[in-house]
Design a protein around this ligand. Sequence first.
Ligand SMILES: Cc1cc2nc3c(=O)[nH]c(=O)nc-3n(C[C@H](O)[C@H](O)[C@H](O)COP(=O)(O)O)c2cc1C
Length: 276
Amino acid sequence: MKNFKVDEDLCVLCGLCAQDCFYGLIELNEYPRITDEQKCFECQHCLAVCPVGAISILGNSPEDSMPLKGSMPEEDQVAALIKGRRSIRAYKPEPLEPERIQKLLDVAWHAPTGVNSRCVHITMMDNPESVKKFSDEIYSRLEDALKENTIEVPYVANLFKMACQQKKENGVDILFRGAPHFIVVSAPKSAPSRVADMNIFLSYFEIMASSMEIGTLWNGILKRVIDTILPDLQESLGIPDDHELGYAMLFGKPAVKYQRTVERGEARVRRVEWGS
Ligand SMILES: Cc1cc2nc3c(=O)[nH]c(=O)nc-3n(C[C@H](O)[C@H](O)[C@H](O)COP(=O)(O)O)c2cc1C
């Protein structure tokens, strides 16, 4: 049941809900109604587009939504957010307040997904003590793997050798960077756009985090550890068997402050034309 409801006192029969429905499932008889609920993929465009706030769906009413008029940031503010975001490789040890983590996750959860599958599965380690224990276990097992020569690809073995050395000799943890929290995203192998969905989720997560002065780091090294070097960790982390691993991302209060954007020049675009 999609629980599609129209407030007949408000509805002006403008038809915008019907026009904007991907599958054209909304019919305007007397008032709008969904013809085939099975096909509705719950995008909620009908609720979002209604100019008079007459439509509710899935238990969400217009009053639960954030009005968009006057709420949008200026384009230069968005540009500053995107260009001013940095990979954070130094974190303060203290944890973020749980409500801030929840807000960050909830906003990123609004990222688009193919056919609105919302298939992204978030595994979060938010307890800094757990992160420390997890890190210690990984380093100890990496040391064993290096001793036993079980990391087959030479450049990967060298990378982890360097990581273990840095940790031992200089106390620098290139895997966790002192972050108090991390997430790993995964998605069912059956989900149609899973790779894009997972990466988009993390991109939204990091941009929202940046706006909240929360640092993030895409972590290819940790992803490789969990995915291929110590794959049993997937099960230990409770990542379902039938899932593909997306990526890992550290987050927490940054211990470094950037003063300006970096400039990367104009986008490289190859413009094409078709026909004559
Ligand atoms: C998919 C991906 C994987 C990354 N993996 C790592 C990593 O394992 N360790 C690290 O320190 N940085 C990692 N980075 C951060 C990049 O090095 C960084 O984005 C790049 O140097 C540009 O810096 P900026 O993010 O501050 O603009 C990764 C970034 C991406 C997008």
